[in-house]
Design a protein around this ligand. Structure first.
Ligand code: 173
Length: 322
């Protein structure tokens, strides 16, 4: 009798201990997005979060808090840096207030898979760790060039007399094209167009329908330039606190997420067709001007980068270029 009691108490103690261990090994990471929840970047990410949570029971869970209503777009970088949140879906242009180098990621001309092989990814993380107190986890968007969308027709690459909505992505280039620039988060673009505060805006090839901007857009200037960088970033102390099992699990899922980036090429093609159907006209230049336009975009951005952060820009330029 007594020994049976001792035995079951022992079994109970063991099972309690192991269930505590299981609980202690499951971490829940709070994630916010600098992009709106109804936009393609978040919509593309949500199934992945679902999969991470379904397969990560007892190991790692991601709690999606929300978009810019939870944390304003331009404050998300600092929220990650200071640990207010653990993780974010963000783009470098939105956290140049943390480090100017964040915006350099738009200049990559090789796929993220190659960045992981040629040392670019590690070079990014060295800067992100040291200057941003964050870990650069994965690039979730590729092959989405930026464009100029405008309601004022042009026949050459010149935006004289035009007011264009920007973020740091476009500033130097659009100013070099003589535009008057106004910085706003994406959430303010529709109203700015509606009120005539701007004649146009910069945005990648995909996504303008998510916010109904097509209703207020007449022209898209081709070609596109740079590559929209949208990535998952994480507070560095939170990343370092993960157990090996948790970090390995997260890494496996991040690589699976990047493997799905093939989605974006077709999405770009589909969005281009959808714009044409919606009556948005493409403005194209002759072959020489097109080439010069693209070269100017990169030249201006790298010149600016080299001024802002000479060593990092030089390193990134050699690792990001084709
Ligand atoms: O808001 C923007 O135009 C911008 O900077 C951006 C960056 C990456 C993807 C989409 C938009």
């Amino acid at each position: 009798m007594k020994s049976k009691f001792v035995q079951s108490a022992f079994v109970l103690a063991i099972s309690l201990a192991s269930s505590t261990t299981v609980l202690a090994q499951e971490v829940t990471l709070r994630l916010v997005s600098a992009f709106a929840e109804n936009g393609i970047y978040v919509q593309h990410l949500l199934p992945w979060i679902g999969k991470v949570n379904a397969e990560g029971k007892g190991v790692l869970q991601i709690n999606f808090i929300g978009g810019p209503k939870a944390v304003p777009t331009f404050e998300v970088g600092n929220a990650v840096k200071t640990g207010v949140v653990d993780m974010a879906l963000n783009t470098g242009a939105f956290y140049t207030n943390v480090m100017p180098e964040a915006d350099f990621l738009k200049l990559t001309q090789i796929p993220v898979a190659e960045q992981r092989k040629n040392g670019a990814f590690d070079a990014i993380n060295k800067v992100w760790n040291e200057k941003g107190n964050m870990q650069y986890l994965a690039r979730t968007v590729e092959n989405q060039p930026f464009h100029i969308y405008t309601n004022k027709k042009v026949d050459k690459p010149d935006l004289t007399g035009q007011k264009i909505r920007i973020t740091p992505v476009y500033r130097d280039f659009f100013q070099a094209l003589n535009a008057n620039v106004i910085t706003t988060p994406p959430g303010e673009v529709y109203t700015a167009l509606e009120r005539g505060v701007v004649d146009g805006y910069g945005w990648p090839i995909g996504g303008i329908f998510d916010f109904n901007w097509h209703e207020k857009t007449k022209f898209r200037i081709d070609p596109g330039f740079y590559d929209a960088e949208v990535s998952l970033i994480m507070n560095l102390p939170a990343y370092k606190k993960l157990t090996d099992t948790q970090r390995n699990y997260l890494q496996k899922q991040l690589l699976a997420l990047e493997a799905e980036n093939t989605f974006w090429v077709k999405y770009g093609v589909d969005e281009t067709a959808r714009q044409a159907k919606a009556g948005i006209q493409s403005i194209a230049f002759d072959a020489a001007s097109t080439k010069a336009f693209k070269e100017k975009a990169y030249d201006i951005a790298w010149t600016s980068a080299l001024k802002q952060s000479p060593e990092v820009a030089a390193k990134f330029k050699s690792l990001f270029s084709k």
